[in-house]
Design a binder for this molecule. Structure first.
Ligand code: ADP
Ligand code: ZN
Length: 213
């Protein structure tokens, strides 16, 4: 199954993507994590992406499409994948279609802007492996330490309040039109993000046909 997760920054799509990835045994492909990794390693892509990311803007379509194309060509994507953070613009969605990639379902995790503004400040990310946490909603077992790799969990530079406002504006302007794009293809399904992560997880698993009950 090939899935896309859509959602405003801080709506929790990464967390839901992780859960689906485990439930369906398909890889989670997060362009945000791949770009942060590229920035950390100082690769050519990383150097180009850094300024845009830190200001809350999108990285250019050609860079992201290139990264994504290479990634989904990998062996572990043969039985499907879940795209977390891609596509984020209509041209990116068109590029996927042009590659001949069949998308089965697009799941939007909906959380109102007001909720996002308060939530993002509690967000933490592992410097080592990119896993995401939230001090209130999804804390790591030991504060500041990643459950998965023991790395340090930190606040992302682009999670500063002013940058979050910019990212929300970018989302509404550039990414939200994708809802229409996929609605027209009959692929869009919306899950309303709940206060408790576990409750959202239940709705998400049901939406992708992986519910345990
Ligand atoms: P969030 O969903 O919380 O905003 P991500 O980790 O998905 O965060 O992305 C972080 C940043 O990486 C984005 O603000 C943007 O600059 C860049 N980025 C990630 N995916 C894309 C994409 N598909 N197109 C353009 N920029 C992207
Ligand atoms: Zn980690």
């Amino acid at each position: 199954m090939n899935l896309i997760l859509l959602g405003a920054p801080g709506a929790g799509k990464g967390t839901q993507a992780e859960v689906i990835s485990e439930a369906l045994s398909i890889p989670q492909i997060s362009t945000g994590n791949m770009l942060r990794e590229a920035v950390k390693n100082g690769t050519e892509y990383g150097l180009k992406a850094k300024a845009a990311m830190e200001s809350g803007a999108l990285v250019s379509d050609d860079i992201v499409i290139g990264i994504l194309k290479d990634r989904i060509a990998a062996d572990d994507c043969k039985n499907g994948f879940i795209l977390d953070g891609f596509p984020r613009t209509v041209p990116q969605a068109e590029a996927l279609d042009a590659m001949g990639v069949q998308i089965d379902k697009v799941l939007e995790i909906y959380v109102p802007d007001e909720t996002i503004k308060t939530r993002v400040s509690g967000r933490r990310v592992c410097e080592g492996c990119g896993a995401s946490y939230h001090i209130q909603y999804k804390p790591s077992k030991t504060e500041g330490v990643c459950d998965k790799c023991g790395g340090k969990t930190v606040i992302r530079k682009d999670d500063m309040p002013e940058t979050v406002l910019e990212r929300l504006a970018v989302y509404h302007k550039q990414t939200a039109p994708l809802k229409d794009y996929y609605e027209k293809q009959g692929k869009l399904d919306t899950v309303v993000g709940q206060e408790e992560v576990a409750d959202t997880v239940k709705l998400t698993l049901k939406a992708v046909g992986a519910a345990s009950e």
